[in-house]
Write a protein that binds this ligand. Structure first.
Ligand code: TYM
Length: 327
């Protein structure tokens, strides 16, 4: 069977890019999975710590993300739905992988390079670049590799911006397998699985992706936006974001020949289609997010089941490394 795993950072309510690029695929894979397939979906709190977080907001965001995933249709009885930070095996394997991860490969990650570029732009001195960034940002992809490999995942559904991290995960799995040969390779090399809309663009700047971290809240539609918020964001979308709107429309509804019809019609129809698409999950979210006892129970069960799986891998890893006691 396949082992399907993915993750999302608890850094606020997901936007349409997260949903169309990744989360909708989680639900689709869950529906089409064979009984012998395993599915694991995680909320990656440790990754969120690479940027400054307000503790109270992080707590709310972790809780809300769990509610969102339930609201869009992740079924905790079918999939293992859990908080990454409830399972210490992720950080344990991350350390081990960091000891075989070539620095050069990590330096070539575009996520790291763009952080460095931002740090450089904000300063006039040359020396400050790397020292302005924390080591967690550099190690980020290694922790992500551990998230995947600790369950021996074979398929990772993510958006386009995460593809390079999955390639690094394959590289690290391969290095481990070749360095610590047993009777057979320990880690399968995971496959990157994308959606037709693997890259949803910003409504304000069509040269960049829709992103949670953009300071312009008008550039993204959140899963919880109401009809009038959706309308006003789409109405305010820059004219050259037509391609972005068409991508959104194609998923929310089949695209017609809008090119000839003028922006007004297109914007109205996209707003309607998006509202139609989001109103179900939005209502579910508003219901579930306050069911604290239920959410806690889901998270607790998810953690127990996740740890059951990763424990087996960690035992094998430690045996190969010489870290497991013989008795
Ligand atoms: P994150 O939290 O930034 O995003 C979650 C998912 O949404 C996708 N995505 C997009 N897809 C299309 N268009 C966009 N504009 C867009 N913006 C975001 C992302 O590709 C992602 O699939 N490093 C990961 C989280 C992670 C993870 C993992 C993923 C940690 N460990 C293990 C898979 C497996 C991240 O920051 O995603």
């Amino acid at each position: 069977g396949r082992v399907i795993l993915s993750g999302i950072q608890p850094t606020g309510i997901p936007h349409l890019g997260n949903y169309l690029g990744a989360l909708s695929n989680w639900v689709k894979l869950q529906k089409s999975a064979e009984p012998e397939d395993k599915l694991l979906f995680s909320i990656v709190g440790w990754h969120a710590l690479t940027l400054p977080q307000d503790p109270a907001s992080l707590l709310t965001a972790r809780n809300d993300m769990l509610a969102v995933l339930l609201a869009i249709g992740i079924d905790p009885n079918r999939s293992i739905l859990f908080h990454q930070d409830h399972n210490p095996h992720h950080t344990e394997l991350s350390w081990i992988l960091s000891c075989i991860a070539p620095m050069g490969k990590l330096r070539r990650m575009t996520t790291w390079k763009s952080r460095l570029a931002t740090a450089r732009n904000s300063s006039s001195e040359d020396e400050v670049d790397e020292s302005m960034l924390n080591a967690g940002l550099f190690m980020y992809p290694v922790l992500q590799a551990a998230d995947v490999l600790v369950y021996k995942a074979t398929h990772v559904p993510v958006g386009d911006d995460q593809q390079q991290h999955i390639e690094l995960t394959r590289d690290l799995a391969d290095i481990f397998n070749r360095t610590f040969k047993g009777t057979s390779p320990l880690f399968p090399l995971p496959t990157y699985v994308n959606t037709p809309s693997k890259r949803i663009l910003s409504l304000k700047d069509p040269t960049s992706k829709m992103s949670k971290s953009s300071p312009d809240v008008q550039s993204r539609i959140l899963l919880t936006d109401n009809a009038s918020q959706i309308q006003s964001k789409i109405r305010a979308a820059v004219t050259d974001s037509i391609r972005a709107l068409l991508t959104i429309l194609k998923v929310a509804r089949v695209a017609k020949a809008y090119e000839s019809q003028g922006h007004g019609t297109l914007k109205r129809d996209v707003a309607e289609a998006v509202e139609e698409f989001l109103k179900g999950p939005r209502a579910q979210f508003n219901r579930i997010r306050h069911e604290t006892t239920y959410l806690e129970e889901v998270a607790r069960r998810g953690a127990i089941r996740a740890i059951e799986h990763s424990e087996v891998t960690m035992m094998e890893v430690k045996t190969r490394l010489g870290l497991a006691s013989a008795v």
